[in-house]
Design a protein around this ligand. Sequence first.
Ligand code: PLP
Length: 410
Amino acid sequence: MAQGFTTRILHSDRQSPIEHGAVHKPMHVAVAFGYQDTQTLVDVFQGRNPGYSYGRQGNPTTAALEAKLNGMEDGIGTVTFATGMAAIAAIMTSLLKAGDHIVSSAFLFGNTNSLFDTLHNLGVEIDFVDATDAAAVERALRPETRMVFVETIANPRTQVAALAEIGELCRQRGVLYVVDNTMTSPYLFRPKTVGAGLSVNSLTKYICGHGNALGGAVTDTGLFDWTAYPNIFPAYRSIKPAMQGLQQIKKKALRDMGATLTSEAAHRIAAGAETLSLRMDRACANAAALAAQLAAHPKVKRVYHPSLPDHPQHARARELFRHGGALLSFELQDGLDPVRYQDALQVVISSTHLGDNRTLAIPVAQTIYWEMGAERRRSMDIADSLIRVSVGIEDTDDLLGDFDQAFGAV
Ligand SMILES: *Cc1c(COP(=O)(O)O)cnc(C)c1O
């Protein structure tokens, strides 16, 4: 019988023998791996033996985490990286070249947006479109489009991309579909179900959950036909067709660029992943309760959360995701100061980051969207009073009470 999501994570390490019967895969910190017989070393280098060579390409501890993540995403292979941004940069730098074109959602994690500026300087053309509408993606496709990139739920305004429709479009056109699954995590949503070829996760967020390790991962779902992808180097054409893309990502981006996940971080992330489903159930329920409370408050102008019936993609989120996510944002009524409001919060921490067990809030225009300037913020409909909340797993009443009492300050 197929096991459930959490059972599989908990017992993943035991799928292969663990040293001394330990119930966790131990933290392996060796950088080099030696072999008694030299032919075995040769076979490792030539890909006939799955052993380890040098720590920059991973070790048994990162491999154990990769196996867990791969099970969570139902992939054919997963590679981990030092951060989520390293995982995204790995995809872009190993699979694209000058003259290629990508279509990206305009509602994008800020650092990914900035990374795309760098790609543009390297000769890659990018069109940013409203990915809540698959027709906008279709209009932007060109013969040289190599990739469509979207996030599941955008931050901070929680737009939900037309994930299934874009997947169908990419399938018809033979374009690689890359989905950043960070905001949903594989517990709420599997990009494979909508035809994504690659799913990327920042492990720093919900999968780790405890705010004590950085990490990222790329999973190949097995759906994309790499034999038709023009940018595969000859060295990787000779291996099994299904693995050509991920092998190139691993060799070019992990081995050659070196943003390797450490064992210590992999170990913490693996421990965090064991409780992903429990934490997500709780945090998402808290977020839905908070969104409803805020929406009814007279000092609140607008609330953005997919659980709310008036959210533009409410029906889509219900259809695709197990829950509506644990991130919400809200605008105060005109003239009310978000910084003052946040200063009155006692349980909630004023902090950037999301996907933590603790609830974190940040005034968006004054911090993470400050650098882009007022004009760009207006074009993205980011109000000066917008507060982003990454909802944690605190007891619901403590959280609702804290947000309620803070309105006294504004
Ligand atoms: C945080 C985040 C990233 C980057 O992850 P890091 O681990 O912080 O590098 C990428 N995409 C999304 C949607 C994120 O929220």
